[in-house]
Design a binder for this molecule. Structure first.
Ligand code: ZN
Ligand code: ZN
Length: 261
């Protein structure tokens, strides 16, 4: 049994084929999936997915790359987080990969937005789903400054170094691996996936992006998360089923998901 801890089923390319995707999930024994918000404007769609399907859950938050859209407020995040199927705050975090000519100093708005999400997580007791790209040092610093360990959470789609993984684990965070771990050029990441403690590891698709091998380059979907599990299980010399049970238990515990129907 598998859980996809991070996907974007409301994105148009997936939403258009939702019944088929849910069937494929069931066939692949992916029992649950967490649908992640990236902007205030799309939250009603993400919430509607979770409301309509017992195996889907939602998060509320605004992605660091989201610009020129509605800015989240602490009050707004807290209010939406009380919905029973909203299991986490995010995805939030920092992304300095596309600065578009700006300096890191110019990205204060992103750091302020991230702080608001951590405060919302602390107020509601819901865990954080954190995205970090080209910004690990500041991400960890803000997590420490704002007390992110208290609600806890996950660094999703992890692509950072062993040292960053260790720092996140020291902050009581979980680490989630996506299909990137199956890519040929991800040898360093595979070393990290080998050693993250079994009680802190999650798997995800981040679909529609980042389809794992053998679907690399195609549209990703939650039914492909077993390929991520299979690769990491092999690295660790474990049967896939046994490894997946750890990931499933960790995801359920972190997001307080009910047992699958
Ligand atoms: Zn992300
Ligand atoms: Zn995402």
């Amino acid at each position: 049994m598998f859980i996809d801890s991070h996907c974007h089923l409301n994105f148009p390319e997936l939403k258009a084929q939702l019944p088929q995707l849910l069937d494929a999930m069931a066939q692949a024994r992916v029992s649950q999936a967490v649908c992640i918000s990236t902007m205030v404007e799309e939250f009603p769609q993400v919430k509607a997915l979770a409301d309509a399907h017992p195996q889907l859950f939602a998060t509320v938050g605004v992605h660091p790359d989201t610009e020129e859209m509605q800015e989240p407020t602490l009050e707004g995040l807290v209010a939406e987080a009380h919905h029973p199927k909203v299991v986490a705050i995010g995805e939030t975090g920092l992304d300095y990969y596309r600065l578009n000519g700006r300096s890191i100093a110019d990205m204060e708005w992103q750091r302020e937005r991230f702080r608001i999400h951590i405060r919302a997580a602390r107020q509601t007791g819901k865990p954080l789903v954190i995205h970090t790209r080209s910004s690990a040092e500041d991400t960890l610093r803000l997590m420490r400054e704002e007390g992110a360990s208290e609600p806890g959470g996950v660094l999703h789609c992890f692509t950072e170094t062993m040292d960053v993984a260790k720092a996140a684990l020291d902050l009581d965070f979980h680490i989630s691996f996506s299909g990137i771990v199956t890519f040929k050029n991800a040898a360093d990441l595979r070393e990290v996936a080998k050693v993250v403690p079994l009680d802190r590891i999650l798997i995800e698709t981040d679909s529609p992006y980042l389809a794992p091998v053998p679907y690399r380059g195609k549209t990703n979907q939650p039914a492909y998360v077993p390929y991520v599990a299979a690769l990491i299980a092999e690295l660790r010399g474990m049967p896939v089923e046994a490894f997946a049970e750890h990931c499933t238990a960790n995801t359920r515990r972190l997001f307080r998901l009910p047992a699958a129907a």
